[in-house]
Design a protein around this ligand. Sequence first.
Ligand code: UDX
Length: 446
Amino acid sequence: MKVTVFGIGYVGLVQAAVLAEVGHDVMCIDVDAKKVENLKNGVIPIFEPGLTPLVKKNYEEGRLQFSTDAEMGVHHGEMQFIAVGTPPDEDGSADLKYVTAVARTIAQHMTSHKVVLDKSTVPVGTADRVRSVMEETLKERGVEIPFDVVSNPEFLKEGAAVSDCMRPERIVIGTDNDDVVDLLRELYEPFNRNHDRMILMDIRSAELTKYAANCMLATKISFMNEISNLAERLGADIEKVRMGIGSDSRIGYSFIYPGCGYGGSCFPKDVQALIRTAQQIGYTPRILQAVEEVNHDQKLKLPEFISRHFGEDLKGKTFALWGLSFKPNTDDMREASSRVLMEALWERGAQVQAYDPEAMDETQRIYGHRSDLKLMGTKEAALQDADALVICTEWQSFRAPDFDSIKKSLKQPVIFDGRNLYDPERLSKRGFVYYAIGRGASINIA
Ligand code: UDX
């Protein structure tokens, strides 16, 4: 099938590459000429396991094209994906200007029936808005051309985006026209083998499904972080509690890891956007507000521990920081806990020596101008002469470090662990002061 994807961001690029891989003829359109040029030369703008070879192969074999020519893109596909960004407005609601601009572009150039699929995470009611923008534009042109608008949210996780997209757990389709369903079945047939993963519903329910999924996951995390704060104060160990409750199949083991707060491009933005949507219709979303508040405070947990140990004034102190990305297997630092931590340390006069397996360039881009940040080439180098080690991201390579050499490199054997990577008892036996999240039973918290 011929497919056009507007917006070569995370969602757009991964979706396009995966659709091309199964044989569809995909054209990607973006306004960023440099990005388009780079992609043609095999330079992929994001770090995502498996994506670079997939893009290169499908581009070379002619199933994946990149262009800035929107008109050509509109003519190319009967399927027109909108996968452009929906950045938060000042008040936290999703800004739809890029989505509506694409809708207008499609309507300006279309000469035959189009199925417009909303892939971006968009507030409930956006499909209606896309439809009315397109109707207006067609009216201005004085033509009547049929089209359908479908809500088809994406659920991929960064770091596992290609495999999530290749083997989706569900394909949510929101439509008010049964006739489109056959076309969508054909489009997604390669991903829908063995058992039917397509969940059909009305458009508004599909739009809300995306927010509800992300907000539920964010709620699980904030809930666990709240319990971890209780565990810390009650002398219990959250890691034992986590295993205790995860074994209940109704609760499950996933997304109940306590830590120094969730980040990324989705959870913080989507929780805020749903709060705004609720408020706009006169409803106070108490749970969502609490989820957001708990997460805000959780990102301040490590700076709080550091103050507890070293006092408020950190002038002359240097901290080794392991992990800058918002989670492992990505270089993405949007809303990362590491940023809140570094900014808190700098405010109190400290220096930071940071290392991340993938996010060094991104850190350089955001904070390269700062003289109180040193970017280090290895995790060992980051430790040299630092007063303590702080961990913000659970990269695999941090899980079993050489504790003796950590001890030798640091001025004091102190570790602040925002991801509960180590066994508190073992660290204590080795002579470390170990601060972790919600481990009140066994750690050195005054
Ligand atoms: C998320 C959703 O998982 C995905 O389905 C949606 O399409 C986009 O948003 P992503 O932002 O890539 O994906 O990251 P995810 O793996 O969900 O992690 C989000 C954040 O939650 C990270 O900062 C992570 O460290 C944190 N997290 C996750 C926890 O603190 N505890 C957990 O148990 C799980």
